[in-house]
Structure formats: structure tokens, C-alpha cells
Ligand binder design. Structure first.
Ligand code: AMP
Length: 352
């Protein structure tokens, strides 16, 4: 057990790290952020900040020397430099990062555990792309295998001719059949070091332009009917990776059951509602898990919860949002709003 008072290292400097650090502070831990960008909103609430590139071995070693355990809030942290953190534990184990960083590896791994993704094919060149479209058909989505997030690095292919004018990167891609889904949802779980697994209620998620817009708990009857199968798969993934901490799996709800979309080996935007909407939040349970403490109750703390992301530079009337007693406003402290940038969220509890 890592007792309160020790230092938790967080790789990545965004809002997820910020909210992990706030939960850690409540339990008496100190946090140290490591991120390449100087304007880290996680560092704003942490006791220490190392601003260095991921491959700066000296900076990584001195960061590790200050930490009792290291976690990450960003799944595209390169895995190789993490060797420099040993003997300090990195949780969740970097094997989870390796799987989740590559959309192809992730789908192969989850299929091996009995999960059902959309039909997919590896695309390394034009011939692969033509073969993928011939086998899987259209519509489909071409995605970068690595470094994609919030709908970036994706191209919708409605008919085979659509690929002609595309300015595609030379990095490896994956082609996926388009899933005719009725809804989207995510399974959020936390696994402790003793193997204890707790699930939060399942949010139904609405994306706009590939970016999460709203999470609602409880989800529709269709989603609720698919939760058991999706949870069973998520538990298998967590066990296969000897996972410690919060793990998120995203699914499409279809007429034929849940179709796996992707996994995130970290706390997740679709779990932000748990800060006020669950007895124990995803951030607190993540801290408890990586520190070897017992996990907290994940039950719903209201009749329902709706989380809305505040995205881009839309004008908001903070006073008006806060004048509704059911609303909780979270702003991440980002200086510059850009289209598609997550600036904060509002959680609304439904109490009666
Ligand atoms: P991703 O980054 O892969 O999670 O994609 C972002 C969003 O794009 C998803 O949440 C879906 O709304 C949509 N999307 C991604 N892949 C597919 C697919 N194969 N079929 C239908 N919609 C998809």
C-alpha cells in the first residue's frame, strides 16, 4: 500500500490529470505531473511539474525518483521511455497502453477474448485499401492506427470512389465497416490490486463530430439490455491485462448486441459524471486502486445524471449555469479556446 502523504506521478498534463490530482489531494497525496507542453492544466493543481519530452531519460529518471507510483492520463504516452521509471510501478501496466495505442492491436486483442468489433482490415498501402473496401464494403471509416483521438485522423468512405481525392498520411491505417448503431455507450470499471472489479452505471453517450458531447445515466432500455454482455467483455480485458485502475471500453448498441469500438486504459470523459453522480468517482477509485487501497462504492448517488461537455469557444453564461442548483460546473482552466477543444463540463443531477 502506498500511504497518503506519498507522491503520485501523472504522465500527461490535461484535464484528466487535473481531476486525478484533485481526487488524490483529497486523500492526502501529492502529485507530480510530467508533460512535454509547458502550459499544463494538470500542473496547475499539482505540487511539482516536470516539463520535458517523453524521451528525455534524465528528466524521466528524476521524475520517477520523486514518485511512489506513476500513472497516466493520456494513452499516447510512448511506452519505451517508461522503462526508465523502474523500479517505481507504472499502473495500469504499460501493456495496456501498448494494446490501446494501436487500433489494430486493440481489435485483435479484444476479438481474441470473444469481443465483437466492426469488421476491420489493416491498410498499409493503396492495394490494401482497395482490398479492404472490396471485402468489407462501404460505407466505412478509414482511421489512423495510432495517435487518433476525438475523431481526428478519420475519413468516412461512403463509396469506393471517395478514396481517390483523399490526402492520406503515410502512417499505418485501419479500415472499419460503418456500424449502423442505435446508440453508443461505455463501460467504466475499476480493478484493484487484489483483482476486485467495480463497475459504474453505464452512460449512454452522444458524440458530435467524433467528440463526446453528452453522457446520460441511466441509458436507454436498449443500452441497458446490452450492459451485461459488454461488462463481461470488459472484465475479461481487465483480467487478461492484470489491469489496475480505471479502464473504459466504448461500444455501439446495435440490434444484434454490443459492438466493441475502442478501449481507453485510463479515466474517461464519459465518466466525469461520477464526480457528483456516484458515491465514489472514477478519479478517486483510480487513485485508490493504484495506491493499493480498497475501492469505494460505485453506486449511483442520484436518480439520474446528465453530463454535457463544454467544447470550443461557444460563449457560456457561467452565472446562469450555476443559478440552477442541480448543475455542477467544471472548468479546466485552459487559456485558449479552439474549435473542438474540451474546455469544461456541466454535470446535472436528477434527484427526483
Ligand atoms: P473513435 O475515435 O473511433 O471512437 O470514433 C469517434 C466516433 O466516430 C465514435 O464514437 C462514433 O460516433 C463514430 N465512429 C467511429 N467508428 C465508427 C464505425 N466503425 N461505425 C460507425 N461510427 C463510428
Amino acid at each position: 500500500m502506498i500511504p497518503p502523504g506519498e507522491t503520485i506521478g501523472i504522465l500527461g498534463g490535461g484535464q484528466l490529470g487535473r481531476m486525478i490530482a484533485m481526487a488524490a489531494a483529497q486523500l492526502g497525496y501529492r502529485c507530480h505531473t510530467y508533460a512535454p507542453e509547458p502550459d499544463s492544466i494538470a500542473a496547475d493543481v499539482c505540487g511539482a511539474f516536470t516539463c520535458a519530452n517523453w524521451d528525455d531519460a534524465e528528466a524521466m529518471a528524476s521524475f520517477a525518483a520523486d514518485c511512489a507510483v506513476v500513472t497516466y492520463e493520456f494513452e499516447n504516452v510512448p511506452v519505451a521511455p517508461l522503462a526508465g521509471i523502474a523500479p517505481v510501478p507504472v499502473l495500469a501496466h504499460p501493456r495496456a497502453l501498448e494494446v490501446a495505442q494501436d487500433r489494430l492491436a486493440e481489435k485483435v486483442f479484444v476479438s481474441g477474448l470473444g469481443g465483437r468489433p466492426a469488421p476491420f482490415a489493416k491498410v498499409d498501402n493503396d492495394a490494401d485499401l482497395a482490398a479492404a473496401i472490396a471485402r468489407i464494403g462501404t460505407p466505412g471509416i478509414l482511421k489512423t492506427r495510432r495517435d487518433g483521438y476525438d475523431g481526428k485522423g478519420q475519413w468516412r468512405i461512403m463509396q469506393p470512389g471517395d478514396v481517390d481525392g483523399l490526402d492520406l498520411p503515410t502512417t499505418p491505417l485501419i479500415y472499419e465497416g460503418f456500424v449502423d448503431f442505435r446508440a453508443e455507450f461505455s463501460v467504466l470499471l475499476c480493478r484493484g490490486q487484489d483483482g476486485d472489479i467495480r463497475f459504474w452505471d453505464t452512460p449512454e453517450n452522444v458524440h458530435k463530430g467524433g467528440i463526446l458531447s453528452t453522457s446520460t445515466v441511466p441509458g436507454s432500455a436498449l443500452v441497458q439490455g446490452e450492459v451485461a454482455e459488454a461488462r463481461a467483455l470488459a472484465a475479461k480485458v481487465a483480467e487478461a491485462l492484470d489491469y489496475v485502475g480505471v479502464l473504459t471500453l466504448e461500444f455501439f448498441a446495435t440490434e444484434d448486441g454490443p459492438v466493441f469500438n475502442e478501449m481507453a486504459p485510463r479515466v474517461h470523459n464519459s465518466g466525469h459524471w461520477t464526480i457528483e453522480g456516484a458515491i465514489t468517482s472514477q478519479f478517486e477509485n483510480h487513485v485508490r486502486a493504484i495506491c493499493g487501497l480498497p475501492l469505494g462504492d460505485t453506486s449511483l448517488a442520484a436518480r439520474g445524471v446528465v453530463m454535457n461537455n463544454l467544447i470550443g469557444d461557444d460563449a457560456h453564461d457561467w452565472a446562469q449555469i450555476l443559478s440552477d442548483p442541480a448543475n455542477h460546473l467544471h472548468l479546466y482552466g485552459k487559456a485558449a479556446a479552439r474549435p473542438g477543444r474540451k474546455m469544461g463540463h456541466v454535470t446535472r443531477l436528477i434527484l427526483e
